[in-house]
Design a protein around this ligand. Structure first.
Ligand SMILES: [Zn+2]
Length: 489
């Protein structure tokens, strides 16, 4: 019999040690760092040292938090805290039942609805306790460390976001959880494929819903920059040059109209950003308002060219497929544990008898402890893919004649996590390459393209020089042909 509890504890400790070593490498790199040559004009010594102290403090604090996390997790598993929570949740359910249906017989232990209710209550208590345990750390990080260094999110928004998320978790999460528990109960180890197909449909649905329903709950999206110039009045729309350049670019890369919006990112963070969301015909390029304040017109268009690269190469759909794939991996493992009596016994749920009474809530919770470190490994894999997307899109913008260097520096120079990053640390934690990694990649691209151009000239093939404001269709077509050719190899 496989000792599941031991496997879970060992995997979690391995993940903790890996992160400990990575954090150690990162803090060593930070301590000895000086301002990179390329950024000497952008950053003062004093500011750099302040960012260094901030980053080192944040790193040390996150180590403290994860040490507390791993110790409490091992303690919870070894001391049988979950068995106690399980008994407590049954008492709560019985109490609720008696309150709602006074004088009636207590529900049958085999009753399907009662089993699902028990599962929901159990997971709700475990999640709530874990959120409460994490809150002091989160509050300290946001309101003491971040605010102390003036990098912080805004207090009122933080509390409001937490309430909104709790509301969504309550309204959407509980019925969804009940549905999942029901599926587990009617399922069997081989039925995971059906659940997978259902979840795939859900993921596709969320990709569609996110831009129009979920995202606007957290941020306001000011007007559509294209196709709506005259309706929305903001300073972006007043900028005729930017308008013209965006129009030119969108036409050249065949980007659907009316899908570029501006988001009030500054209400939460001082970090400027841009991203693409949605799928199918429902794509949107989102620009943070503070990015528009920060960048020049040309730099903004360069960022847009990068974002349109994501659209051109179907990166959103590829990301979606990756998520569906990792969901399959999760469900397969889940099916191999959830239906095994030994799995529950190993965690001390001795009274559990699979043929007599099913406990899907307990199984799901125990499995989440086991899956956590494996999930980390999966996210490292997905980082590899999304980092390669970023490099591809930087190249796409460069091929169109936009220099990505200045906007990237402007957008990231105020965060040291992008300036000084150990490369292993970056690969493990970050879905995007750091600023320095991207600058190195751009440098490499420029070197390659100069060599290529020189060779081509020798072969008497004329290549037109493009400028950032006036590029030719051929340059894009040439690039697309080259890229797709490369991709199919
Ligand atoms: Zn990108």
């Amino acid at each position: 019999m496989l000792n599941w509890i031991l496997l879970t504890i060992v995997l979690n400790i391995i993940a903790y040690l890996i992160e400990f070593i990575l954090d150690f490498m990162q803090s060593r790199k930070l301590r000895t760092a000086t301002i990179p040559m390329k950024l000497l004009d952008y950053i003062e010594d004093e500011e750099f040292n302040k960012m260094k102290s901030y980053s080192l403090l944040r790193l040390a604090f996150s180590r403290l938090e994860s040490t507390y996390g791993v110790i409490s997790e091992v303690g919870i598993l070894l001391c049988g805290v979950l068995i106690w929570v399980r008994k407590f949740s049954v008492q709560i359910d019985l109490f609720l039942y008696e309150t709602i249906f006074p004088g009636s017989e207590p529900p049958d232990a085999q009753d399907e609805c009662f089993i699902i209710a028990q599962g929901v209550t159990f997971i709700f208590i475990v999640s709530l306790s874990s959120a409460v345990m994490k809150t002091p750390f989160e509050m300290y990080r946001i309101f003491v460390i971040d605010t102390g260094f003036n990098f912080g999110a805004r207090v009122a928004n933080y509390i409001l976001d937490q309430l909104k998320m709790f509301f969504i978790a309550f309204v959407v999460g509980i019925p969804l959880l009940a549905l999942i528990l029901k599926l587990i109960m009617i399922g069997s180890p081989v039925d995971w494929v059906y659940v997978w197909l259902g979840s795939a449909a859900l993921i596709v649905g969320l990709f569609e819903l996110y831009p129009n329903f979920l995202a606007p709950m957290f941020n306001s999206f000011r007007g559509k920059i294209r196709n709506a110039w005259s309706i929305n009045v903001n300073k972006v729309l007043d900028n005729a040059v930017l308008r013209k350049l965006i129009d030119q670019l969108a036409t050249k890369v065949d980007f659907p109209a009316a899908e570029i919006v501006c988001m009030d990112g500054s209400t939460r963070s001082e970090h400027a950003n841009a991203f693409i969301m949605g799928s199918g015909r429902n794509k949107k390029i989102v620009l943070y308002d503070n990015m528009l304040d920060l960048l020049t017109t040309e730099e903004t268009v360069a960022v847009l060219a990068h974002e349109m690269g994501h659209y051109k190469f179907h990166h959103a759909n590829k990301t979606m497929l990756l998520q569906i794939g990792s969901m399959g991996f999760y469900l397969f493992l889940l099916s191999q544990t959830m239906y095994s009596v030994d799995f529950y016994k190993s965690f001390g749920f001795e009274e559990f008898d699979f043929n007599d009474e099913m406990k899907p809530g307990v199984g799901l919770c125990l499995f989440s402890y086991l899956y956590q470190p494996l999930g980390n490994a999966m996210s490292v894999l997905s980082n590899v893919v999304s980092r390669s997307f970023e490099y591809t899109c930087d190249e796409f913008a460069l091929e169109l004649g936009y220099d990505m260097e200045p906007p990237l520096i402007q957008m990231h120079v105020n965060s040291i996590n992008n300036l000084i990053v150990d490369k292993h640390y970056s690969r493990y934690y970050n879905s995007h390459p750091s600023l320095m990694e991207r600058l190195e990649h751009i440098e490499e691209w420029k070197r390659r393209s100069t060599t290529h151009r020189r060779t081509s000239n020798q072969q008497k093939i004329t290549l037109k020089e493009e400028t950032s404001n006036d590029f030719e269709d051929e340059s894009i077509n040439l690039y697309l042909k080259k890229t797709f050719h490369y991709k199919t190899q």
